[in-house]
Design a protein around this ligand. Structure first.
Ligand SMILES: [Ca+2]
Ligand SMILES: [Ca+2]
Length: 259
């Protein structure tokens, strides 16, 4: 996984089609005029650049004016299977994790874990849509300082279901496996008892080559999980089947002692 330092960080998507497997970590940039700098900025670049893919990144600990993690300006990126955690927006709008601006912005946000992000003004510490619209699905929006502002999500795990209703939404502790090290394999992954497992949109079909944050299959056990991490496949029943098989046909596994 590659780390980006602040000096490398003003990536305009007029030049970059995809950003994948990056660790974007602890970038603190002061607010500038207009839209502020941030972890990633997707900006109108024309053609394909309007629809970049931002996937499988760990975007954490960044601070910016609006859009601590990602800002979209008249751009419609696909933002999928990222961890976007513990970022801060200090500006007068919000979007600790994601900030959407510009009337032609229509990002698709799917399979992300968005947690622990903050906004100084208390609105949209998770995702803040100022203009345009965002399609948000299969995502954990948990314990941000206000998960969603001026947008809705479906098949997602939200902190407050009354504030953020949507088809298929749940509100339950995601049961993160927590470590303090962003590079650690367990960082914000799901424990085996997570309610997010197999709770995503049942009709979701991954793109070719799309994986979860760990590079593992995006769908296991027949249905996508909510958030960036897909739980491993359930243990194949082969072992149990073999055990049953060795025990003989049903009904004869517990023969009564004779005699
Ligand atoms: Ca699953
Ligand atoms: Ca996984």
């Amino acid at each position: 996984m590659r780390s980006f330092r602040a000096s490398e960080n003003k990536m305009r998507y007029s030049l970059i089609r995809k950003i994948k497997n990056a660790l974007i970590y602890v970038i603190v940039l002061s607010m500038v005029s207009g839209i502020s700098a941030n972890g990633i900025m997707a900006q109108d670049g024309g053609g394909e650049a309007l629809f970049p893919i931002i996937e499988n990144n760990v975007i954490c600990g960044n601070t910016a004016g609006d859009g601590g993690g990602i800002a979209c300006y008249n751009s419609s990126p696909i933002i999928r299977n990222n961890l976007i955690v513990e970022n801060v927006a200090t500006g007068k709008y919000g979007g600790g994790a994601i900030y959407v601006l510009g009337p032609s912005s229509n990002p698709v946000v799917t399979g992300n874990t968005v947690s622990g992000n903050k906004a100084s003004y208390g609105k949209g510490g998770g995702i803040y849509v100022e203009e345009g619209q965002a399609t948000i699905v299969n995502s954990i929006l948990w314990e941000n300082q206000d998960d969603l502002w001026n947008c809705t999500a479906t098949y997602s795990d939200v902190t407050d279901l009354t504030a953020d209703p949507g088809a298929g939404n749940i509100s339950a502790d995601p049961a993160f496996i927590q470590t303090s090290v962003p590079e650690a394999p367990g960082y914000y992954r799901l424990a085996t008892n997570s309610p997010c497992i197999n709770a995503g949109d049942p009709s979701y079909v991954p793109d070719i080559g799309e994986t979860d944050i760990g590079g593992e299959p995006r769908i296991t056990n027949g249905r996508i999980d909510i958030g960036a991490d897909e739980a491993p496949p359930a243990p194949a029943p082969a072992a149990a089947t073999a055990a049953e098989g060795s025990a003989g046909p049903a009904g004869r596994r517990h023969p009564r002692p004779r005699g």
